[in-house]
Design a protein around this ligand. Structure first.
Ligand code: UGA
Length: 444
């Protein structure tokens, strides 16, 4: 099938590449000429496991084309995806200018019936607005061409995006016509293995499904962070509590890890946007506000633990090794990362930082700029050189196997602040380290 995809961000690039991988003929289009040129040369703008070889192979095979030419992309696609960004407006609602701009481009160049697919995360009702934008441009041109607008939200996770795209747990299609549903079912057939993964519904329900999924995930995390704060004060260990509740299948093991707060480009933005939409429609989203408030507070929790250890004014002049800057492992993404809050608070308290992240250093340089109280290190060990304490912010696998005795030997103050509970308090204490985890009251 001939497919065009507007937007070569995470969602657009991964979707386009995976569709090409299963044999479709894909054109990816972006307004960023530099990015398109680099993609043609096999330079991938993001770090995502498995993506680079797949882009290169499909590009070389002629199934994956990169262009800045919107007219060419519209002419090519029987199915045209909109996968451009929807950054938050000042008031937290999603900014639809890029989505609607693509809709107008589609209207300008459409010559035959097509299916337009909203893949970007967009508020309920956006498919209607995309449809109106296309129709009004078509009317201006004096032509009447039939088209469908489908909502097909994306559920891929950064760091596992290729895998999620090739093996989705569900494929949600919000459609107005049986013909559009059939066409998209054919497009996605190669991914629909083992059992039927299609969930077909009306357009608005599909749009809301996306927000409901991310808001539920954020709620689970904030809930566990709330429990971790209670555990900390009560001399309980939230890790035991987690094990104690996860075995109940109604609760489940996933997404109940307490930590330094959720970040990334999706959860924070989508909870905020859903709350905003609810308010605009006359509903006070009390739970969503609480989910956000708990997360805001949690992002400051590591610093609060550090302050508890060092006492008032005790942080000034100290040097902290910080392991992990990305908002989660296996990505170089720093958007809304908890490390940003921590570093700002450490600097505010007069501390210095020696930071190491396996993938996000370049991005972090861009975010933090050059400063004399920040040194980027080439390895986890190097970050420990001359450090007084260690803070783990992102749970990259390589940090899990750290030699605690060596940490004890290298850290002048022999203290570890474990923002993702990757070490066992008893192991750290046996090694002679003072240990602070999240919600681990017995060690505080
Ligand atoms: C999230 C959703 O998980 C995807 O299903 C969705 O498709 C995507 O947003 C999107 O809307 O595009 P992502 O932002 O890649 O994916 O990251 P997550 O894996 O959800 O992690 C988000 C944050 O939650 C991270 O900062 C992570 O450290 C934190 N987290 C996650 C916890 O603190 N505890 C947990 O138990 C799980």
């Amino acid at each position: 099938m001939r497919v065009s995809i507007f937007g070569t961000g995470y969602v657009g690039l991964v979707t386009g590449t995976c569709l090409a991988e299963v044999g479709h003929d894909v054109v990816c289009v972006d307004v960023d000429a530099g990015k398109i040129e680099r993609l043609r040369q096999g330079v991938i703008p993001i770090y995502e496991p498995g993506l680079e070889p797949m882009v290169k192979a499909n590009h070389a095979a002629g199934r994956l084309e990169f262009t800045t030419d919107g007219a060419h992309a519209v002419a090519h696609g029987e199915v045209v995806f909109i996968a451009v960004g929807t950054p938050p407006d000042e008031d937290g609602s999603a900014d639809l200018q890029y989505v609607l701009e693509v809709a107008r481009t589609i209207g300008e160049h459409m010559e035959r019936p097509a299916i337009v697919v909203d893949k970007s995360t967009v508020p309920v009702g956006t498919a209607g607005r995309v449809s109106e934008a296309i129709s009004s441009v078509l009317a201006g041109r004096g032509v009447d061409i039939a088209f469908d607008v489908v909502s097909n939200p994306e559920f891929l996770k950064e760091g596992a995006a290729v895998e999620d795209c090739m093996r989705p747990d569900r494929i949600v299609l919000g459609v107005d016509s049986a013909a559009a549903a059939d066409k998209l079912k054919r497009l996605y057939a190669p991914f629909n293995r083992n059992h039927d993964r299609f969930v077909i519904m009306d357009v608005r329900s599909a749009e809301l499904t996306k927000y409901a999924a991310n808001a539920m995930l954020a709620t689970k995390i904030s809930f566990m962070n709330e429990i971790s704060n209670i555990a900390e004060r009560m001399g309980a260990d939230v890790e035991m509590v987690r094990k104690g509740i996860g075995s109940d299948p109604r609760i489940g093991w996933h997404f109940i890890y307490p930590g330094a707060g959720y970040g990334g480009s999706c959860l924070p933005k989508d909870v905020q946007a859903l709350a905003r939409t609810a308010q605009q429609h006359g509903h006070q989203p009390l739970l969503l506000h609480a989910v956000e408030a708990v997360n805001e507070r949690q992002k400051g929790h590591l610093h609060a633990l550090i302050q508890r250890h060092y006492g008032d004014g005790g942080i000034a002049g100290k040097t902290f090794a910080v392991w992990g800057l990305a908002f989660k492992p296996d990505t170089d993404d720093m958007r809304e990362a908890s490390s940003r809050r921590l570093l700002a608070q450490l600097w505010e308290s007069g501390a210095r930082v020696r930071a190491y992240d396996p993938e996000a250093t370049e991005e972090a340089r861009r975010v933090f700029g050059e400063r004399e109280d920040l040194v980027f290190c080439g390895s986890a060990n190097e970050a420990l050189d001359g450090a007084d304490a260690l803070v783990v912010v992102t749970e990259w696998k390589q940090f899990r196997s750290a030699d605690l005795a060596q940490l004890r030997a290298q850290l002048a103050d022999a203290v570890v602040f474990d923002g993702r509970n990757i070490y066992r308090p008893e192991d750290a204490e046996d090694a002679g380290l003072a240990y602070y985890g999240i919600g681990r009251g017995r060690s505080v």
